[in-house]
Design a protein. Structure first.
Lengths: 100, 558
């Protein structure tokens, strides 16, 4: 459980790693991981340690995207596999995020 | 004590006057406000009248001893925490244990050092302030909880009213909608368009409770009113999206599938944003088409970015449509894991008759979920052989007193690409003239004339293919492409109404001009002209076929 956030490499990328269940219970932690950082950074959500994700997690991703500048945002979602990938696909989040 | 806060009041119960005096001086020195009692009874009295925040109590006193006094004081205090420190000369362990037993919080044996007494008082006051804080928080929490439960009940009531009133009660439509908490955020609505198509909406709001109810209200209103005004699936999706985008917070949205089943022209029109694939299941009970979500959910994109494009599919005679929310796919199963898309699709392989397939799916979810019916899912089935007869609006609402009026509208590019004028005129007719019982006829007349002008004349297509169920998907694809490529062209509408007998006469003229090619000279051929002639009193085709005039009389006694 929990959300880890690190600034990587050039200091221009914030990597957010939700662990375990990515659902409403980590709402605040997820928001805290980016809310005090400037909008013009590159944001990466790495789902490598996420075992489960629900629709409130999709809502949190939308808020992150809004924080990062909405349509001009560069938000990447990494390591989404099987079930989590299909949730992102059904929601058509590929139209808003760079999913890899 | 610091000077800002009011002095804390301490009750000293002690029958030995010199001891009492020493203790009082010391307490006053530390800044406490001191109240004195000489025996147990007086202590209770003073406790009631002075409401001290802390009590120092001797054990052995006349009239009533300290044990009994403390027992009563604690009873009076109830939920309030009033720390009591026994100060006594007794050293007997049992007697000291009794101090705690009757409700005392600490004891101190005489002789005592002032420093020790002071630190005991400080410790007790610290516990007291902690206790006070907890009490305040508990009160706030329980108040909040009551409020929340009440709001949930209100939301549930609103939501269920929408759900109950939101279905047109069509035969051949089945729905299972079960809720996990008080209610879930799933919504299923149906409504019939005046021309006979069945509109349906299956929606899943992020979040449950109040937030879902808030979103369900406008969704239901828009769905019902736009359907009854003859609007298309794309129009409904666009308006709903704009409304939800405005009212919902950034992390809330509504995954939805809006569809229209045309049982006569055998066509399914679908806009699916964020719901699992919709299935068309054929007469052999197998999945013939999987229609994956093409769009983001409603309430995410700005109006300008919204994609209103729909998918059109041809329906075979025995086709049924299945749609569900992700609650079905994500339903937990007894062996761990989820029901999954594969589990759902596997249900269609089972050798069960078509009228049992729906129950089979629901039973499968529940069976492998170990009979756990606390699920949170919605599944619907629509038999596309709905009412075969052309539906004429059932309610013959009184038409208004006929009057004379006229209106005209000219639409140029690029408005032609997106604007559908039929609902506009329908609303106008309904508002000026009533005519609700003629709605079905008027929608058909206006639609046929408009399709002829746009599809036939301006786009140079053969609208006959539109009705051919096998050709329909390709027809609509081609139409979208041609419409996008169209550079010039305009359509002119004129509606003139005048009093005729005890009813009225409506003359509708639709003319088109421009277009990429020369007029295609598409006559109102095939099914179209006879249909118009059946519905109207007379129909003229003028010019090179680019202008059609139809006369419709109502309430005129023949």
């Amino acid at each position: 459980m929990g959300v880890k956030a690190t600034i990587t490499g050039d200091g221009q990328t914030v990597t957010i790693i939700p662990e375990g269940r990515f659902d409403f219970n980590c709402h605040r932690e997820f928001r805290d991981s980016y809310s005090s950082r400037p909008a013009n950074l590159r944001y990466v959500v790495d789902l490598v340690r996420t075992q489960f994700m629900d629709s409130s997690a999709l809502g949190m991703l939308l808020l992150l995207r809004e924080h990062a500048g909405g349509d001009s945002a560069k938000v990447q979602i990494l390591n989404s596999v099987s079930e989590i990938r299909s949730i992102l696909d059904v929601a058509n989040f590929g139209k808003l995020f760079d999913i890899r | 004590m610091n000077s800002q806060s009011p002095a804390l009041k301490v009750l000293v119960a002690e029958d030995h006057a010199p001891s009492s005096t020493i203790m009082c001086r010391m307490l006053e020195h530390y800044g406490y406000d001191v109240v004195v009692a000489r025996d147990g009874e007086q202590a209770i009295e003073k406790y009631r009248s002075e409401k001290p925040q802390l009590v120092l109590m001797d054990v052995l006193m006349p009239r009533m001893n300290g044990y009994e006094a403390v027992r009563q004081i604690k009873e009076i205090a109830g939920d309030d925490f009033v720390p009591v420190i026994f100060v006594t000369a007794i050293h007997d362990e049992d007697a000291l244990a009794k101090c705690v037993e009757v409700g005392g919080d600490a004891f101190l044996t005489k002789p005592y050092s002032h420093t020790v007494l002071k630190s005991k008082i400080d410790a007790m006051l610290r516990i007291r302030s902690l206790h006070d804080r907890v009490v305040v928080q508990n009160r706030a929490i329980s108040h909040f909880q009551d409020q929340l439960l009440n709001e949930q009940r209100v939301a549930e009531k609103v939501f269920h009213t929408i759900v109950r009133s939101g279905r047109s009660g069509e035969q051949g439509v089945r729905c299972v909608n079960s809720a996990k908490s008080i209610f879930n955020g799933d919504l299923f609505l149906t409504a019939k368009r005046a021309t006979g198509e069945l509109h349906f909406l299956i929606a899943d709001f992020t979040g449950h409770g109040l937030s879902a109810a808030i979103g369900a209200l406008p969704v239901s209103d828009i769905f019902q009113s736009m359907t009854s005004n003859g609007c298309s699936v794309a129009d409904i999706a666009e308006v709903m999206n704009a409304k939800l985008k405005r009212i919902l917070p950034g992390d809330m949205f509504c995954a939805a599938c809006i569809g229209s089943v045309d049982a006569i022209e055998r066509r399914l029109t679908l806009w699916n944003g964020g719901l699992p694939p919709v299935f068309i299941v054929d007469g052999n009970n197998r999945i013939r088409e999987r229609l994956p979500p093409a769009h983001l959910a409603l309430g995410i994109l700005d109006e300008q970015k919204f994609d209103r494009s729909v998918q059109v599919f041809a329906l075979e005679p025995r086709d049924r449509i299945f749609a569900c929310t992700d609650g079905l796919i994500d339903a937990p199963i007894a062996t761990g894991g989820r029901f999954t898309q594969d589990g759902y699709e596997a249900c269609f392989e089972a050798p069960v008759p078509s009228n049992m397939q729906f129950d089979w799916i629901i039973d499968s979810v529940r069976e492998i979920g170990e009979g756990n019916q606390n699920d949170d899912l919605t599944l619907i089935e629509i038999d596309t052989n709905l009412d075969e007869s052309v539906s004429v609006a059932k309610t013959a609402a009184a038409s208004r007193v006929p009057s004379t009026w006229e209106t005209s509208l000219r639409i140029d590019m690029p408005a032609l690409q997106t604007f559908d004028p039929v609902p506009h005129f329908l609303r106008l007719l309904s508002e000026i003239q009533g005519l609700d019982s003629h709605k079905a006829n008027l929608v058909t007349i206006l639609t046929e004339m408009y399709v002829h002008a746009l599809d036939g004349v301006l786009l140079g297509m053969n609208p006959e293919l539109r009705a051919d169920h096998a050709g329909a998907p390709r027809y609509f694809e081609e139409r979208t492409a041609k419409l996008r490529a169209l550079e010039r062209g305009s359509i002119y509408f004129s509606l003139r109404h005048r009093v005729e007998g005890c009813g009225g006469e409506l003359i509708i003229q639709v003319a088109s001009s421009g277009g990429e090619k020369n007029f295609n000279q598409v006559p109102l051929s095939g099914r179209r002209l006879p249909l118009l002639r059946t519905l109207c009193d007379c129909v003229y085709v003028m010019g090179s076929g680019n202008c059609v005039e139809a006369t419709y009389r109502w309430g005129v006694s023949h």
